[in-house]
Design a protein around this ligand. Structure first.
Ligand SMILES: [Mn+2]
Length: 318
């Protein structure tokens, strides 16, 4: 049995797409929501099996990988996340590149000498490598309008991967991969009226319209706070929504709260776009918080702590 193991986001799906367009293979598809990255652990393998692993961290899958290699499974691994030590084994072919300006689909694009280059560019857009994707689009002779189309397609495929569980998604990532495999060029997906592109586009607009209709639950000069209801749409859109809010008012910090199932909130904090610092530090003042300078989060905030959070954030960015 051959297993194709891939992240359920645009980069993972389009990496595999390029490989299977060149080299069709009957395989078992192993994937999940974007945040589900430990995909190797669950596999029960036999020595005659083979694996293709795409766009999931080698260090986060080390045990599963070592187990597969031990029992003689042939593994092809391509990725751009933290790898840890790469095992030196004859049955492992690893293509790991941690450059911040690359993604797995671009690593595959290089290996395939650009056979499905337009797809690779769409994946780079989807993985948020906007500047790099723009450069590649220009170098490939695409018009600004065509580049914009690839950007939208990549973004939509990526959006499909966001959710707490598979039930939140519009397409199971394996199904989305299978549907897209019918198209050797991304512009054909956009042109086909019955393709996943149109389904995702309508769904995305609907989710965003829901979020954009919300008014701030709190707002002053330095911070605005929005509460998303406990719904699948909220879980799909919260990341994109945070970006959109930040672009709307770049001098404010933004708190996006999602109601969670423990009567509290999951918190996402974005520092002001024109003052990208402090978010992780602010969040780590709360027990389950942490993050980077530009963006932080708190896994669980009790409603009674909300006032304190607002005071801290507002005071910090004032
Ligand atoms: Mn990626």
């Amino acid at each position: 049995m051959h297993y194709d193991v891939f992240n359920g986001d645009a980069d993972g799906i389009i990496s595999l797409l390029q490989l299977r367009l060149v080299n069709p293979q009957h395989s078992q598809l192993v994937t999940g929501v974007k945040r589900d990255i430990q995909l190797l652990e669950s596999l029960t393998l036999q020595s005659e099996d083979s694996l293709t692993v795409l766009d999931i961290s080698m260090s986060r899958n080390q045990q599963g990988l070592l187990r597969a290699l031990e029992c003689g499974v042939k593994v092809f691994y391509a990725d751009h996340h933290k790898s840890g030590d790469i095992p030196q084994r004859a049955n492992l072919e690893a293509h790991i590149n941690l450059d911040a300006n690359t993604c797995t689909a671009l690593i595959i694009d290089q290996l395939l000498q650009g056979r499905f280059h337009h797809w690779a560019i769409a994946a780079a857009y989807g993985d948020n490598l906007i500047t790099r994707a723009d450069e590649l689009a220009v170098a490939a002779g695409l018009s600004a309008a065509q580049a914009e189309q690839l950007k939208e397609l990549g973004t939509l495929i990526n959006y499909n991967g966001y959710g707490e569980s598979i039930e939140d998604l519009h397409f199971h990532p394996a199904k989305l991969f299978e549907a897209l495999l019918a198209y050797d060029d991304p512009f054909a997906v956009i042109a086909a009226q019955d393709s996943p592109y149109h389904v995702l586009r309508a769904a995305y607009e609907q989710d965003m319209a829901l979020a954009q209709a919300l008014t701030a639950a709190y707002q002053d000069d330095s911070v605005a706070l929005f509460k998303l209801p406990n719904s699948a749409a909220s879980r799909r859109i919260s990341g994109v929504y945070g970006n959109w809010l930040a672009n709307q008012s770049p001098s404010r910090a933004h708190l996006v709260l999602s109601e969670n199932s423990q009567q509290g909130y999951t918190v996402s904090l974005r520092a002001p776009l024109n003052n990208k610092q402090g978010a992780g530090e602010l969040c780590s003042r709360f027990v389950t918080g942490g993050g980077r300078e530009a963006a932080g989060g708190i896994n669980h905030l009790a409603p009674t702590q909300l006032e304190e959070l607002i005071a801290q954030v507002s005071g910090y960015y004032r």
